[in-house]
Design a protein around this ligand. Structure first.
Ligand SMILES: Nc1ncnc2c1ncn2[C@@H]1O[C@H](COP(=O)(O)OP(=O)(O)OP(=O)(O)O)[C@@H](O)[C@H]1O
Length: 362
């Protein structure tokens, strides 16, 4: 199942013209305030009728100006999760979940209340009142309610924005399970690059009503042309890794396409697939293999792009195996080292610079 969308819409001071795909998994819709994220979500949900275009969900047009199709919101079979769970306060958790099920088409297969509760870790909360739940628990129930309506797609509009950091961290593994265990596409609006790097399978980067870049998360996030939109301090790349060993000194060894990484101990079994986010500011570029260095992680790489910024810095994109890494260094160093595309270098990464929250499943 997937969604494809190609729409244009003119408002008094804003014009939207976007075209992108939402495959199964989590597609993050990312962009600065006013870039058009809500307008896109409203067009998909049917709250806004675009001037022209088409939106195809699981092969069926839910909106098409040339075919004069514009399904009303309740016929689109979408599930929503908003910032503020919007649970019914007078109903128990179980009744909130059953409310979602009431709207499910009976003739189609879908998950059971038990399987959804298990997936989201809310089985022990079923008899509780929403008022007694933490913000993270409320959001998990809201996701469960949306899933039980057997939607063809989930729309999540900044579902973590109202939560504090510990609650966000608590809910991220459940969103990863949701991503990995359901087949429906999820369109996920977020302002947080860290969240996008941890969760997204695909990223659509919006700017002033247009798609600046879209594609697999690893590619979009490690593209130096997206650095300005993502923010210099947040720029970085996401690598797929597999855990190969846990060592007695508290380090976990991982294999990435370009070599081996040692990171602080991870709570996952040997063989598990993970994704690791490495910030551009945490990578040092060396012209030759460094010796007598405290950093444990040294990956051979080839410079692919040198992108100057407006200040004293440049962003270097390097290929390491089949992955791309970004490094932020000074223009002075780049010139001194004569870094240009094709140069063979070594990317040096400090193990402790990779935060626990920057390590996810898959
Ligand atoms: N009903 C409307 N009439 C006129 N302009 C509108 C209307 N709705 C939205 N806009 C304008 O369209 C632009 C995009 O708004 P939108 O809410 O889609 O952005 P956004 O990316 O979701 O922003 P945020 O992150 O702040 O929620 C803004 O300039 C907004 O003022």
């Amino acid at each position: 199942m997937s969604l494809s969308l190609e729409i244009t819409h003119q408002m008094p001071d804003f014009s939207l013209s976007v075209s992108f795909e939402v495959p199964p998994g989590i597609t993050a819709l990312f962009g600065p305030s006013g870039s058009g994220k809500t307008t896109v979500i409203n067009a998909v949900s049917g709250l806004l009728k675009p001037d022209a275009g088409r939106i195809i969900l699981a092969g069926e047009p839910i909106f098409d100006t040339s075919l004069r199709i514009n399904l009303p919101p309740h016929k689109r079979r979408l599930g929503y999760v908003f910032q503020d769970g919007r649970l019914f306060p007078h109903l128990s958790v179980e009744k909130n979940l059953l409310y979602g099920q009431r709207f499910a088409p009976q003739d189609e297969p879908g998950p059971s209340l038990e399987s959804v509760s298990e997936l989201l870790g809310i089985s022990s909360l079923l008899q509780r009142a929403p008022g007694s739940l933490s913000g993270g628990e409320k959001q998990r129930v809201a996701i469960g309610r949306a899933l039980l309506s057997r939607p063809r797609m989930l729309l999540m509009d900044e579902p973590l924005a109202a939560l504090d950091e510990p609650r966000k961290e608590e809910i991220l593994p459940y969103l990863e399970r949701l991503r990995d265990q359901t087949v429906i596409p999820i369109l996920y609006v977020s302002h947080s690059v860290a969240e996008v790097a941890r969760l997204a399978t695909s990223v659509v980067l919006l700017d002033k009503g247009s798609v600046l870049r879209s594609g697999p998360a690893e590619q979009v996030l490690s593209d130096p042309t997206t650095v300005r939109q993502l923010g210099l301090r947040q720029a970085g790349s996401v690598l797929s890794a597999a855990i190969t060993a846990h060592h007695a000194d508290g380090l976990t060894e991982l294999t990435v396409s370009g070599g081996t990484l040692f990171l602080p101990k991870m709570d996952r079994p040997v063989g598990a697939k993970t994704r690791v986010r490495i910030l551009a500011q945490d990578i040092i570029v060396a012209g030759s293999l460094p010796r007598d260095l405290s950093a444990l992680n040294i990956l051979p790489a080839e410079v692919t792009t040198v992108q100057p910024g407006s200040g004293p810095g440049v962003v270097i994109q390097m290929r390491s195996g089949s992955d791309h890494l970004l490094a932020r260094i000074t223009r002075r160093s780049a010139e001194k080292m004569r870094l240009k595309p094709g140069a063979h270098v070594f990317a040096v990464i400090k193990a402790v610079s990779v935060a626990r929250t920057d390590i996810g499943t898959r």
